[in-house]
Design a binder for this molecule. Structure first.
Ligand SMILES: [Zn+2]
Length: 496
C-alpha cells in the first residue's frame, strides 16, 4: 500500500520587543539567570499584567504578511498546567479568539507551487528554562536542577499551519519561508539555535486516496531546517512501519533526538480540554480598529516574493539571481541602492546603457564576488567599507570602459574592501585603466600567437575551446587591462 504524510507545523517565534509581553522586564538573551524578572513575570499573587503594545502590533504585522484576517475582537486565555519553569501554574495564551486567522503562505517545492494554509496566529508568553546539572562529567553532581526565569514572559507568537504539508521537504520550505518573512518584517530574529524560532510538528500518515486523517503524533524539539526534514522522515517511516506490522498509532508527544536521529515517546498527548482553558480575567479583551490595521499594512516593507518578482520583471534578472539577492532584506536594498548610484553616475557622464545590462553587472558583482568577500570576512553586506556608492562607482567605471570587468572583480574590489577608497581613485592611482587602443592590444595578441604555435594549429584544426586559453594569455600579458571585447575580435580575425 502507498502512504502519504499529513503534516501541520506549530511554530513559536520570539518577538523582537525590548521588554516582555506583560511587564517591563528586559528580553535580552544571555544575561545572568533570574536577573530579568519582576513580580509580574514570576507570577506573584495579586499582580496585574498589561499587554505590550509592540508585541500586539508585531503579531498583527505578521498576520498581514501571511495573508491572515485580523480579528476585530480577540482575548487572552489561561492555559493551566504545572511545570517548574511556569511559576504562575498557567500560561497566558490565546485560545478561542486568536488575533489572526485564515492566512496562507506560498512555497515552491520541486518546481511546484504549493499553498499552505495558516489556521491562526496567537500571542502568548514564553516559559522559563530548566537547567539540569550535568550527569555526565559536566559541572555539578547531577543531583540538582535549576530554574532560570529570564525567559518567562518573553513575547511569543504561535503560528499554526493547516495540515496541508505533504512531505518533509515541504515542511522545511514552509519553515524557511516563515523564517524569511518574520526576519524581513523585523518581528523575530529567526535564530533557531538560540531558540527564538522553534518548531513542533503534528504528523500522521494515511493510505493515498483516503480522505480522513490518521492518528497523529506531535514531534517536539526540532531546532534546525535540517532536523525538520530528518525528524519528519524518521517519524513518517516509523508510523508506516507500525501500521504495516498491524499495530496502531497512539496519539502522543514524541521528542526528536538529533544525536540518535530518532523520535522517542515523551508522554501521551494531552487534549485541549486537559488544559482547562478559560478567559484571563486580568486582561481586557482586545478590539482592533481598522485604522490601526491599515496603518500597520502601510508600514510593511515590500515583501520578499513581491521583490523577487519585481527584480525579474523590472531589471530583467534571472530568477536565480533574484532569489539570491532577496535572501536577506539588507542585500536586496543594497543591490537597488548600488544600481541607483550606478545609473546616476552614468547619467551624469552622459552614457546611456540599458538598465537591465547595468542591473546584471551589479547583480553579478554582488553574487559572485562580494558574497565571497563577505564570507571570508564573516561580515554582513552593510558592515564593509564597500557602500552602494562604491559599487555604483565601480560599475560605472566598467560600463564606460575606463577599467575592465576583470580588474573590477579582483584588484579594485580587494582594494575597496581594504582601504574604502572610491574605485575611480583606485583606477587612477594604480594605473588600472583599461587598454582599448587596438594597436596596443594587437601587439599582445601577436606576441601570444607567436609564442604558441602548437595551440594555433589545434585551434585552426577546429579546437574552438582554445580561444579561452589565448584570451587568458593576453590578459596575463596586459595585466588584465586589455578590453576583452577587442581582444576577442582581434584574436578571431588573426586566427581565422
Ligand atoms: Zn517582569
Amino acid at each position: 500500500m502507498k502512504y502519504e504524510a499529513v503534516i501541520g507545523l506549530e511554530v513559536h517565534a520570539q518577538m523582537l520587543t525590548d521588554s516582555k509581553i506583560f511587564c517591563g522586564c528586559s528580553t535580552k538573551f544571555g544575561s545572568e539567570p533570574n536577573t530579568q524578572t519582576c513580580q509580574i513575570c514570576i507570577g506573584m499573587p495579586g499582580v496585574l499584567p498589561v499587554l505590550n503594545k509592540k508585541a500586539f502590533e508585531f503579531a498583527i504585522s505578521t498576520g498581514l504578511a501571511t495573508n491572515c484576517k485580523i480579528s476585530p475582537y480577540s482575548r487572552f486565555a489561561r492555559k493551566n498546567y504545572f511545570y517548574p519553569d511556569l511559576p504562575k501554574g498557567y500560561q497566558i495564551s490565546q485560545y478561542e479568539l486568536p488575533i489572526c486567522e485564515h492566512g496562507f503562505l506560498e512555497i515552491v517545492v520541486n518546481g511546484e507551487d504549493r499553498k499552505i494554509g495558516i489556521t491562526r496566529i496567537h500571542m502568548e508568553e514564553d516559559a522559563g528554562k530548566n537547567i539540569h546539572e550535568s550527569t555526565s562529567g559536566g559541572q555539578g553532581s547531577g543531583n540538582y536542577s535549576f530554574v532560570d526565569l529570564n525567559r518567562t514572559g518573553v513575547p511569543l507568537m504561535e503560528i499554526v499551519s493547516e495540515p496541508d504539508i505533504r512531505s518533509p521537504k515541504e515542511a522545511a520550505e514552509y519553515m524557511k519561508k516563515l523564517r524569511e518573512l518574520v526576519r524581513w518584517i523585523g518581528v523575530c530574529d529567526g535564530d533557531m539555535e538560540e531558540g527564538s524560532l522553534r518548531c513542533d510538528a503534528n504528523v500522521s500518515v494515511r493510505p493515498v486516496g483516503q480522505k480522513g486523517y490518521g492518528t497523529r503524533a506531535e514531534v517536539k524539539n526540532i531546532n534546525s531546517f535540517k532536523f525538520v526534514e530528518k525528524a519528519l522522515e524518521y517519524e513518517i517511516k516509523r508510523q508506516i512501519k507500525v501500521i504495516e506490522e498491524g499495530g496502531k498509532i497512539i496519539q502522543e508527544t514524541r521528542l526528536w533526538d538529533s544525536n540518535k536521529g530518532i523520535t522517542e515517546s515523551m508522554r501521551t498527548k494531552e487534549e485541549a480540554h486537559d488544559y482547562r482553558y478559560f478567559p484571563d480575567p486580568d486582561l481586557v479583551p482586545i478590539t482592533v480598529e481598522q485604522k490601526l490595521i491599515d496603518g500597520l499594512k502601510a508600514s510593511l516593507p515590500e515583501l520578499p516574493d513581491a521583490k523577487r518578482k519585481r527584480f525579474v520583471s523590472e531589471y530583467g534578472l534571472p530568477q536565480y539571481d533574484a532569489d539570491l539577492l532577496t535572501e536577506e532584506k539588507s542585500t536586496a536594498e543594497y543591490f537597488e541602492k548600488a544600481l541607483e548610484k550606478a545609473v546616476e553616475e552614468l547619467v551624469k557622464l552622459g552614457v546611456r546603457i540599458d538598465l537591465k545590462i547595468v542591473a546584471k553587472i551589479v547583480a553579478n558583482l554582488i553574487i559572485t564576488n562580494i558574497f565571497k568577500h563577505l564570507k571570508e570576512e564573516d561580515k554582513e553586506i552593510n558592515e564593509t567599507p564597500l557602500t552602494p556608492g562604491h559599487l555604483g562607482n565601480l560599475v560605472s567605471c566598467v560600463a564606460v570602459g575606463s577599467t575592465s570587468i576583470t580588474m573590477a572583480k579582483t584588484t579594485i574590489l580587494d582594494e575597496v574592501f581594504k582601504s574604502g577608497k572610491m574605485p575611480e581613485v583606485i583606477v587612477k592611482e594604480k594605473g588600472l585603466i583599461q587598454i582599448s587602443d587596438s594597436s596596443e592590444i594587437e601587439k599582445a595578441v601577436d606576441e601570444v600567437i607567436a609564442k604558441n604555435p602548437k595551440e594555433v594549429e589545434r585551434f585552426k584544426a577546429g579546437d574552438e575551446k582554445l580561444l579561452g586559453f589565448f584570451v587568458g594569455q593576453i590578459m596575463k600579458l596586459t595585466k588584465g587591462k586589455a578590453n576583452p571585447q577587442i581582444v576577442n575580435e582581434l584574436l578571431r580575425k588573426k586566427l581565422s
